[in-house]
Design a protein around this ligand. Structure first.
Ligand code: FPP
Ligand code: MG
Length: 324
């Protein structure tokens, strides 16, 4: 059974409310253009899953502290910055059912807004001398950028295999979710073993999260951004990688030709989606997603029962069953 995100947030409801204000204030600027854009960002906010990971991780291992708020805000700032930059990189005009920042204000402004959000996060941690958090986040931002660049390189050459795909998603997505989980713990305890366990948990559920994202791209539901866009962007995700590795040479040639030369041809793209379905690409990616989900749940077994832990387990389920 899938538990709603609202129910999952219940043990940290008041903290999340306070966080929203903290997050909004953390973006404040005296530059009117920036203020207009950050107002728009707050209005088009997403599911705020990363702050939920931070607060639940803190609560599972101690009690939520002021460091938890700083961690949650820094992570949401970096997450927002990465999406603003990502929409420039991917030339996307839609995000969360709204126009993207680059669509409304153009690329040069979007790039600078992303930089500004990152700097505000760093300052937040620096002002409070949260050096551990700064270390966790610097590593995460390095991973995000590397993952994104590796993905771009592979989109050009189309020479991706399963292990490279997992490296990409580990870096571009799981790194920040892992940072959220380890920073949540580091905000309340110095216990290295606990911090490492939650970092591992975050990596596993982060990989499952991106597998789900890549599967949603093959679905038919409204997900607040265009679907079947990965093929158009020449983004090679697991369903296609699996199909390419398990089909005959002529099908392989046709798939590559669709991606390379006909990615705007609706008929060719829907034929490709059909091929992926019948080759078992969707089933295989779903199987892998479940494997990572189970590995994540295994890490949670190391923690004693608590309301926060129950919510974390429900969050794991939510990640892989969500509809958008
Ligand atoms: C979404 O992926 C994007 C990411 C998971 C990370 C993007 C990271 C960067 C652009 C580097 C950020 C650098 C700094 C300095 C903050 P996607 O395109 O697969 O998903 P989507 O469908 O939601 O766009
Ligand atoms: Mg994108």
């Amino acid at each position: 059974m899938i538990v709603s995100l609202d129910a999952i947030k219940k043990p940290i409801k008041s903290e999340l409310k306070e966080f929203e204000l903290f997050f909004k204030n953390s973006m404040k600027s005296k530059v009117p253009l920036l203020d207009r854009i950050t107002y728009y960002i707050v209005k088009s906010k997403g599911k705020q899953m990363r702050p939920v990971f931070v607060f639940l991780a803190s609560k599972m291992t101690g009690s939520i502290s002021s460091s938890s708020y700083i961690a949650a805000s820094f992570i949401e700032l970096v997450h927002t910055a990465s999406l603003v930059h990502d929409d420039v990189v991917d030339e996307s005009s839609q995000r969360r059912g709204f126009f993207s920042i680059n669509a409304l204000w153009k690329n040069k402004i979007a790039v600078l807004v992303g930089d500004y959000l990152l700097s505000k996060g760093m300052l937040l941690a620096l002002e409070k001398e949260e050096f551990r958090l700064l270390k966790i986040m610097s590593q995460a931002v390095k991973n995000l950028s590397e993952g994104e660049l590796l993905q771009l390189e592979k989109a050009r050459k189309l020479d991706i295999d399963e292990s490279i795909y997992f490296n990409i998603i580990r870096q571009k997505t799981a790194a920040l979710i892992s940072a959220a989980c380890s920073a949540g713990v580091a905000a309340v305890t110095d216990d290295e073993e606990l911090i490492r366990t939650m970092s591992d948990f975050g990596t596993k559920i982060g990989i499952a999260f991106q597998l789900k994202d890549d599967l949603l791209d093959y679905g038919t539901d409204n997900i607040g951004k265009p679907r079947a866009i990965d093929i158009k962007e020449k983004k090679m995700t697991l369903p296609i990688i699996y199909t390419l590795q398990n089909c005959n040479r002529s099908t392989k040639r046709r798939i590559i030709s669709t991606i390379k030369n006909h990615s705007n041809d609706k008929k060719r793209v829907s034929e490709l989606i059909q091929t992926v379905h019948s080759a078992g690409g969707i089933d295989y990616a779903t199987l892998k997603m479940d494997e990572y989900k189970n590995q994540a749940l295994k890490q949670l077994e190391k923690f004693p029962h608590s309301e926060a832990k129950s919510s974390m387990i429900d969050l794991v389920e939510f990640v892989i069953q969500r509809k958008k």
